[in-house]
Design a protein around this ligand. Structure first.
Ligand code: SF4
Ligand code: SF4
Length: 421
C-alpha cells in the first residue's frame, strides 16, 4: 500500500452507503464495504468530486485552521485567484484582500501576480519546446496525479513549471524575510484554497523537494467571516496588483489566453479530460502545442472548496478582468520575470514518476491473461452497473475479483439468478 497523504477523506460516521460517490468517482477509487464507503488510497486523485456529490457530507477535505497562525512569528495569506469570482461585484476586490489583515494575517499576497510572471515563463517554454505534440500544464494537481496513475506514457509531456501558488509562496517568503529579518521557518504562508488537490500537493509535492506553502485554509471557511468583517475593513494598502492576464488563470483556457496560444486545447471536467488524454495517448493530438486540463468544470473557479457557482464566478472574473485590464502585465520587465521564475525553478529536482496502480501485472503476459479473465468474469455478470456489490460497475467488480479483492458471490443479482436455476 502506498503511503500517500490525501486531503480528501471520509467521515465514516456520516456515511450511509448511498453509493453516490461510488458511481461518480472518475478513477473508480471508491468501494462499498460493510455498507460504508472506502477510498482506495492509491487511486484517489483528490479531485473532490465525492465531496460535491455526497448528500450526507461524509466526504470532506482536510484543511488547516486560522488558529495555526500561532505557530509562526509572521503570517502571510496567499489569496488564491478564484477569490476574484467569489464575492458580489458590489464588494471591492482590494478591500476583500485587505480583510485578511482583519483575520489576523501580517501580510497578504495576490497569487494572480505570480500567474502574471508564470505567463511569461510559459510562453518562453512553449516557444522553445523541443518535442512535437502538446505540452501539458501542471496547474491542476488532480490531473497530474491522474496522468501518473492512468496515463504514464504522457508524463514526459508535463511542463516543468511550478504553479502560481508555489511561486507566490516563495516570493512572499522572500519579501517577508527581507522586511522582517526573520528566517524562512518563522514565516507562515497560508494558501486560501479552492481545492483539495492543491492541499495534497502541498503535503506531497510532485517534482519539487518541498512546498513553500506551510498551511492551507479553504475559501469556504473564511468566506462568511470576510463578509462580516467587510463593512469595517480599512484599506491599508493596494494588495491587488495583478493584471487580467494572471487573473484569467482562475478559469479554463486562462493559461492559453495568457500566452495568446493558437494551437491549444483547454478541457475542464475530469471525465472530459480522461477522454482527451486517451486520444493524446493514441497520438491524435500531435497538432496541438499546449494542453490545459482541469478536474473541475470551468477550471479552478469551480474548485470544491469555493462558495460561488462556477458560472457566476466566471462571469464576475470576466467583468473584473475587463476593469483591471492588462496594463500591470505590460509594465512587467519580461526578462526580469523570466529570471525570477527560473531562479525559483531551481528547486525542481525530480522527474515525475508513474504510479502504476491501474496495472494488472508488471509482466505483460500475466497482465494480458488477467485481462482475459476479467472479460470472462464480466460476461457472467448482469452488466447493469447497479453498485450493490460495492464496486462502481460490473467491469470494476470483475477486475476486483481478478485482483483477489472481491468474490463473484458479491453480485447479489447473479446470486439470485443462480439460485432460481
Ligand atoms: S477525491 Fe476524486 S478520485 Fe478521490 S475518491 Fe473522491 S471522487 Fe474519487
Ligand atoms: S481544476 Fe483547479 S480547483 Fe479543480 S482540482 Fe484542479 S487545481 Fe483544484
Amino acid at each position: 500500500m502506498e503511503n500517500y497523504w490525501h486531503s480528501v477523506n471520509l467521515d465514516i460516521t456520516k456515511c450511509n452507503g448511498c453509493t453516490n460517490c461510488l458511481k461518480r468517482c472518475p478513477t473508480e477509487a471508491i468501494r462499498l464495504r460493510n455498507g460504508k464507503a472506502e477510498i482506495i488510497n492509491e487511486r484517489c486523485i483528490d479531485c473532490g468530486e465525492c465531496i460535491r456529490v455526497c448528500p450526507y457530507h461524509a466526504k470532506r477535505a482536510l484543511t488547516d485552521e486560522l488558529s495555526d497562525m500561532k505557530y509562526y512569528k509572521y503570517n502571510v495569506a496567499l489569496v488564491s485567484i478564484p477569490i476574484y469570482g467569489q464575492f458580489h461585484l458590489n464588494k471591492e476586490i482590494n478591500k476583500i484582500f485587505n480583510s485578511f489583515y482583519n483575520l489576523g494575517f501580517d501580510e497578504v499576497y495576490d497569487v494572480a501576480k505570480a500567474a502574471d510572471y508564470l505567463s511569461i515563463a510559459l510562453k518562453d517554454r512553449l516557444e522553445n519546446k523541443e518535442q512535437d505534440g502538446p505540452l501539458i500544464s501542471t496547474l491542476c494537481p488532480a490531473i497530474i496525479r491522474l496522468i501518473q496513475i492512468r496515463f504514464p506514457s504522457l508524463i514526459d509531456r508535463i511542463i516543468k513549471l511550478e504553479t502560481p501558488m508555489e511561486i507566490a509562496a516563495r516570493l512572499a517568503k522572500r519579501e517577508a524575510m527581507e522586511k522582517t529579518g526573520l528566517s524562512m521557518d518563522e514565516i507562515g504562508t497560508f494558501y486560501i484554497t479552492e481545492c483539495p488537490a492543491k492541499i495534497t500537493s502541498i503535503k506531497n509535492p510532485v517534482g519539487i523537494r518541498k512546498s513553500y506553502v506551510d498551511r492551507a485554509i479553504s475559501i469556504e471557511s473564511v468566506y462568511s467571516k470576510i463578509l462580516k468583517l467587510y463593512p469595517d475593513v480599512e484599506i491599508r494598502k493596494q494588495i491587488q496588483n495583478s493584471s487580467s492576464i494572471g487573473i484569467g488563470w482562475a478559469k479554463a483556457n486562462g493559461q492559453s489566453y495568457s500566452i495568446k496560444a493558437k494551437n491549444y486545447l483547454a478541457v475542464d471536467g475530469v471525465e472530459n479530460v480522461i477522454e482527451v488524454l486517451e486520444g493524446m495517448e493514441l497520438g491524435k493530438l500531435n497538432d496541438v502545442d499546449f494542453f490545459e486540463g482541469y478536474a473541475c468544470v470551468n477550471g479552478c473557479i469551480g474548485g470544491p472548496l469555493t462558495m460561488e457557482n462556477s458560472f457566476i464566478a466566471k462571469a464576475r472574473i470576466r467583468r473584473i478582468s475587463e476593469e483591471i485590464g492588462e496594463s500591470q502585465f505590460e509594465a512587467i520587465d519580461k526578462a526580469k520575470a523570466l529570471e525570477i521564475i527560473n531562479l525559483e525553478m531551481k528547486d525542481w529536482i525530480d522527474d515525475i514518476k508513474p504510479k502504476n496502480v491501474m496495472k494488472l501485472d508488471s509482466d505483460i503476459r500475466v497482465a494480458i491473461n488477467k485481462m482475459d479473465m476479467i472479460e470472462q468474469i464480466y460476461k457472467q455478470l448482469p452488466g447493469i452497473d447497479c453498485g450493490t456489490c460495492g464496486a462502481p460497475s460490473c467491469r470494476a467488480l470483475a477486475e476486483d475479483i481478478v485482483r483477489g479483492e472481491a468474490s463473484i458471490d458479491d453480485c447479489i443479482i447473479r446470486k439470485g439468478q443462480e439460485a432460481k436455476k
